[in-house]
Design a protein around this ligand. Structure first.
Ligand SMILES: NC(=O)c1ccc[n+]([C@@H]2O[C@H](COP(=O)([O-])OP(=O)(O)OC[C@H]3O[C@@H](n4cnc5c(N)ncnc54)[C@H](OP(=O)(O)O)[C@@H]3O)[C@@H](O)[C@H]2O)c1
Length: 179
């Protein structure tokens, strides 16, 4: 099966994925009376597993909801000693270079990966390992916080595949890496 690393993430107008306190409540700042999932389920139906940074993993663990993923979650961390007992059924700690980590995940049969977390996405982009990005822009300026993008050693060209608008307020652009 073709390997693919995809990003599906929401940012503020000024490019942040979390506010300066790590908060993500602003993701819900646009009224969404019918709970439009903005393509999330369709996207996740098409992935085999997630690769997630430790900060995002801890944020999700701290949410007052049931575990939201039905696919294995591989957590990147050099500081976590172990996945908490409560989450060992769903999440697996991975360490090493991105190439080594990806090889180990592919060996388990997971080829279409959802890459999540700011620093994690940035490290994948630095290694030119992102194939697709679906970026949903929420019309709010946060002013500071955790940025989606950071410096890259080289420019990376992407092609716009499509644009959607949700709730007359939120735009979603699907970009594919152009090589
Ligand atoms: N807006 C959205 O849609 C959205 C989506 C996801 C997350 N978020 C939020 O955005 C924030 C993301 O935080 P973040 O930027 O700190 O990113 P992150 O990628 O979630 O976590 C960063 C941590 O992941 C580990 N890590 C990342 N790359 C690694 C690598 N190559 N090798 C080993 N470990 C690696 C490191 O953990 P150690 O320090 O343990 O080594 C690093 O400190 C969170 O507040 C989260 O809730 C928002």
């Amino acid at each position: 099966m073709k390997k693919k690393n995809s990003v599906f993430i929401a940012t503020s107008l000024d490019g942040y994925i979390a506010d300066k306190n790590g908060g993500i409540d602003w993701l819900h700042s646009t009224p969404n009376p019918n709970n439009d999932d903005m393509g999330y389920v369709e996207f996740t139906n098409d992935i085999d597993a997630l690769v997630m940074g430790r900060t995002t993993f801890e944020t999700v663990c701290g949410l007052d909801v049931d575990w939201p993923y039905d696919k294995p979650v591989f957590v990147l961390s050099n500081t976590l000693k172990d996945i908490p007992e409560s989450h060992k059924e769903y999440a697996f700690l991975v360490k090493g270079s991105l190439t080594e980590i990806l090889e180990r995940i592919y060996e388990k049969g997971y080829h279409r990966l959802y890459i999540d977390g700011g620093t994690t996405i940035q490290s994948f982009l630095k290694a030119d390992l992102i194939d697709d990005m679906i970026i949903t822009t929420i019309p709010i300026l946060l002013g500071s916080g955790s940025p989606l993008f950071s410096e890259l050693p080289n420019e990376l060209k992407f092609e716009l595949i499509n644009t959607k608008t949700f709730l007359n307020q939120i735009t979603q652009n699907h970009y594919k890496r152009k090589k």
